[in-house]
Design a protein around this ligand. Structure first.
Ligand code: GLU
Length: 366
């Protein structure tokens, strides 16, 4: 047990809408109970578990039939406002049977962009775990709309697993994993193990989506691959199977796709930056000398003398994209200046670096 606890470490489990809702969208409490039982077993065994659960929007649909002409964004907001309460009361009730307090954490993409919000969220989830309160996380769908939304909760669970230094991420949907063809067809075979460093399996994955969730296998795999590269083992599995979570953790031979973790480890800020591509505010062009220094094996900060042009508006602490003279992005960094100040200091030898090495993520290096 001891070695298995080290192997699986802190565990994030993501439950998709289709696992816990019936075909009309109402919550399938029987299925929720099965999942709760398994999480309870892991907690009793001493594992630290974080649950990321979808299902709010689906659960709210049965409670509100929008009058004709209601805007789709408003419908989703109302459904999630109604459904999230139902989702959480069910989790609280079911975990309560096992003496486990389940607490809600609602988040948005914006909270991952802002380093302070990010750290507040991390501290909150850490304190919950340390005080034996199970974090049950979902996107705050009442305020996350359109481009502010995560692609789906698979993306959210990847960010959470990375932020919380999990060793294991289990993505549960209503299929057993990634198949060599459309799942359900007789000649399609389940791919049980993928080493993303060596295997290219994108050709097998279809872009079809599930009924209520936003996710599909394509996004699931691209998140899984990215997260596995950070040293987290990812399992894509079927949440309709009764003891799938506990079976995976007790290393039983169950149908699922295991995306193998690489040995790579990143520090906290670099991990945050590696998921920040879409949050970047401004663009900074650098000269050849700066490019060479940054991509070399040396630990170099981005100095103002190496900056040739600044584009866009950003505040001190915002994430900026770093591009070479040909406009190719070579990395991301957390700016020590706002854009106005950065423009006035461009080319200067005396000023502090625009991005300190510890807050710099260079594509070819990290
Ligand atoms: N956050 C959404 C919900 O709870 C689901 C997003 C997704 O489908 O991944 O309903």
């Amino acid at each position: 047990m001891k070695s298995s606890k080290i192997k699986f470490g802190r565990i994030a489990v993501k439950v998709g809408s289709n696992v816990i809702t019936t075909c009309d969208g109402s919550l399938n409490t029987g299925r929720m109970l099965r999942l709760v039982e398994q999480v309870a077993v892991l907690i009793k065994q001493g594992y630290e578990v974080i649950l990321i659960s979808s299902g709010a929007v689906a659960a709210g649909r049965t409670d509100f039939i929008p009058p004709k002409g209601t805007n789709l964004i408003s419908c989703r907001q109302i459904w999630s406002a109604l459904g999230q309460v139902k989702l959480m009361s069910n989790y609280q009730f079911l975990f309560g049977k096992y003496g486990i307090g389940a607490g809600q954490v609602l988040t948005t993409k914006e909270s991952f962009r802002d380093r302070l919000h990010y750290l507040n969220m991390k501290n909150c989830i850490t304190s919950m775990i340390e005080n034996s309160v199970l974090p049950v996380i979902n996107e705050n769908d009442t305020i996350s709309v359109n481009e502010l939304m995560f692609t789906d909760n698979d993306e959210l669970s990847g960010l959470i697993a990375s932020m919380m230094d999990c060793r294991t991420l289990i993505l549960l949907s209503n299929v057993d994993g990634i198949f060599t063809g459309p799942p359900g067809e007789s000649d399609s075979q389940l791919i049980t193990e993928i080493d993303p460093g060596f295997q290219e399996i994108d050709k097998y994955i279809t872009s079809s989506k599930s009924q209520f969730g936003r996710g599909g296998m394509l996004t699931k795999y691209s998140i899984a691959r990215e997260i596995a590269r950070e040293g987290i083992n990812v399992y894509i599995a079927n949440g309709m199977r009764d003891s799938i979570i506990t079976d995976i953790i007790s290393e039983k031979n169950v149908p699922c796709t295991h995306i193998l973790a690489s040995d790579e480890k990143k520090n906290g800020v670099k991990k945050w930056l590696s998921h920040s591509q879409t949050f970047a505010r401004g663009m900074v062009y650098i000269n050849r000398g700066a490019r060479e220094a940054l991509i070399s094996d040396r630990a170099s900060s981005l100095l103002m003398v190496g900056v040739s042009k600044i584009e866009g508006f950003f505040k001190k602490g915002d994430i900026i994209r770093i591009l070479d003279e040909k406009g190719r992005q070579i990395g991301l960094g957390k700016s020590q200046y706002d854009s106005e100040k950065a423009v006035t200091c461009t080319g200067s030898r005396q000023k502090k670096p625009l991005v300190h090495y510890d807050h710099l993520l260079i594509n070819s290096k990290n």
